[in-house]
Design a binder for this molecule. Structure first.
Ligand code: SAM
Ligand code: DTB
Ligand code: SF4
Length: 319
């Protein structure tokens, strides 16, 4: 085994709590030992089915029960999905992530459409990721056969804090889907959100669950809560950047080979703050004017940032 999976919570807490600059130095050293530190993965999100979701995730603008101004729309056509993916690829994305506001996947004509789109996009040479909610083993298998590279399914927070954020499912339901994805031979993309009112112990608990999985997730998105008017978390204050840096650095140290993604919430952060996150071991971003429903940094802005920092986009299927 090239990395540890038997972390204790105390060990992870000690890493998280160490003096900030030592933490960043250690994370940067681990990062450089396992990755080319100049390469950052550029991912692009396509919301193939927006809004109208039956779940009650308190952070989410797409939950039907909150009045957030996000209208429920139908699943995009196969042609439109593939065209958007092509456009993202032309702008420099090497991973395309298709997101649907579903609780879980149903075997249906809609799922067949997604499978066909995955096949076409994979054939263009980019890594394809999907995030469609909970999956069965046979659905994961079908996605694998269609050429899916990764599946995103976040644990979002600790199992202890989970019911304060989501009541329509449990951490165990999420873990079952992660197991199905892994069993089908698809890379697991799994992370969480900070800034929802969780304690440091909750953050450590989330990292502990991720870092004691064997294998570790291939990618770990760390989202900063984007507070959305109409959701129960609309008034959460922004997380100090130091806490984001600690979360990223601790994820990097505990999961040295994973891609650690500086995900939602980047638009609100300065270049200096983002530079600190890259130094602390983040090596992946979402680029493009929109996340799923919220605005994000454009490809052009990110190109300028890459030039300023001396970063280059990581190629697709790099090992
Ligand atoms: N419905 C599927 C699911 O829940 O797995 C896929 C889409 S869901 C929008 C994907 C992820 O987006 C969530 O797990 C959460 O981590 C993130 N997310 C949603 N709203 C967010 C917000 N306001 N701020 C930060 N991250 C958010
Ligand atoms: C992830 O961890 N973050 C992305 C992606 N995986 C699917 C989604 C962020 C969504 C932010 C809120 C929005 O745009 O609606
Ligand atoms: Fe639905 Fe996913 Fe949003 Fe939860 S996070 S409300 S499951 S779209």
């Amino acid at each position: 085994m090239e990395y540890r999976t038997e972390w204790t919570r105390e060990e992870i807490r000690a890493i998280y709590d160490q003096p900030l600059l030592s933490l960043v130095f250690e994370a940067a050293s681990v990062h450089r030992a396992h990755h080319s530190a100049e390469q950052v993965q550029v991912c692009s999100l396509i919301s193939i089915k927006t809004g109208g979701c039956p779940e009650d995730c308190k952070y989410c603008p797409q939950a039907a029960r909150y009045h957030t101004g996000v209208e429920a729309s139908a699943l995009m056509s196969e042609e439109a999905i593939v065209a958007d993916a092509k456009q993202a690829m032309d702008k420099g994305a090497t991973r395309v992530c298709l997101g649907a506001a579903w609780r879980s996947v149903r075997d249906s004509a809609q799922f067949d459409l997604v499978l066909r789109a995955v096949r076409k996009i994979a054939d263009m040479g980019v890594e394809v990721c999907c995030t469609l909610g909970m999956l069965s083993e046979s659905q994961a298998q079908k996605l694998k056969e269609a050429g899916l590279y990764a599946y995103n399914h976040n644990l979002d927070t600790s199992s202890e804090f989970y019911s304060s954020i989501i009541t329509t499912r449990k951490t165990e339901d999420r873990l079952k889907t992660l197991d199905a994805v892994e069993k089908a031979g698809i890379s697991v993309c799994c992370g969480g959100i900070i800034g929802m009112g969780e304690t440091i112990e909750d953050r450590v608990s989330l990292l502990h669950t991720l870092a004691t999985r064997n294998p570790h997730p291939e990618s770990v998105p760390i989202n900063l809560l984007v507070p959305v008017a109409g959701t129960p978390l609309e008034a959460r204050p922004p997380v100090p950047i130091w806490e984001m840096v600690r979360m990223i650095a601790t994820a990097r140290i505990c999961m040295p080979k994973a891609m650690v993604r500086l995900s939602a919430g980047r638009l609100e952060r300065s270049l200096e703050e983002q530079a600190l996150c890259f130094l602390a071991g983040a090596n992946s971003i979402f680029s493009g004017e929109k996340l799923l429903t919220r605005p994000n940094c454009t490809f052009e802005e990110d190109e300028k940032m890459f030039a300023l920092f001396g970063l280059t986009p990581r190629p697709s299927y790099a090992t």
